[in-house]
Design a protein around this ligand. Structure first.
Ligand code: SAM
Length: 225
């Protein structure tokens, strides 16, 4: 497992600086749009509670119907501010996903974490945090960097996300690490594919993602952990 840590203030500052322009500037560089949008279209129903982790400006969940309750979390204050403006009925909080989610948020039918686990330093903690708030039978969509020795940089456990410019690490996990940690957290894989995630201008390469949809096992026996 990775032991390196990021200075969280640096991550927050990086995204604070680009919060206002993030959506428009990233659109031509990302490949994940269709995956996250189809997941939401197929899985979110009227009355659902949806948690958007690392929500950024909230563009994927801000337009969900108003009878869906949306909660968004992000480490960047400026991202949270932009997300709130886009969906004033939503609840948006500054929160680091490595920390336990506030219990008062309750349980969610749907959790999405798109493009933010690049900065996940401890999968076991983060998946446990999600498992705690995902309702029994609820679904969790996430993307994650996977170690693949056949792709540039993907034989590393972490790389500098902006080619040294920002001193921020982006982490990679093996398929078996991801699967094992999901199982321990009581999260059962439903679908998985490995495909392009986004184009890194700094690194001049395509960053690939594992795209996962997992379901919270009903009546998970915590003593099995
Ligand atoms: C690449 S953006 C993705 C934003 C949005 N989910 C999307 O799909 O466009 C990554 C987001 O993750 C947030 N982030 C990074 N580390 C985080 C952490 N430890 N806890 C919460 N959010 C984090 C960043 O502030 C940023 O808004």
């Amino acid at each position: 497992m990775n032991t390196s840590k990021n200075d969280k203030n640096k991550v927050a500052q990086l995204y604070d600086h680009i919060a206002e322009i993030y959506e428009e500037s990233m659109k031509p560089l990302t490949h994940f749009q269709d995956s996250v949008e189809s997941f939401l279209a197929e899985n979110v129903s009227s009355g659902h509670r949806v948690l958007d982790i690392g929500c950024g400006p909230g563009h994927f969940t801000s337009a969900l119907p108003l009878d869906v309750e949306v909660v968004g979390l992000d480490i960047s204050k400026a991202m949270v501010h932009v997300a709130r403006q886009k969906r004033p009925t939503g609840t948006y909080l500054v929160h680091d996903f490595h920390q336990a989610l506030p219990a008062e948020l309750g349980k969610f039918d749907i959790v999405v974490a798109n493009g933010c686990f690049d900065f996940c330093e401890d999968l076991a903690i983060v998946f446990d945090n999600v498992s705690e708030v995902l309702a029994s039978g609820g679904r969790f969509y996430f993307t994650i960097n996977e170690c693949r020795t056949d792709l540039p940089f993907h034989d590393a456990r972490w790389i500098d996300a902006a080619g040294g410019r920002a001193d921020i690490r982006m982490f990679f996990w093996t398929f078996s690490e991801i699967s094992n940690v999901l199982e321990k957290a009581g999260l059962q894989p439903l679908t998985y594919r490995h495909a392009p995630g986004w184009e890194s201008v700094d690194l001049q390469t395509t960053i690939y993602y594992g795209y996962w949809v997992v379901e919270h096992l009903r009546n998970k026996d915590k003593s099995m952990k």
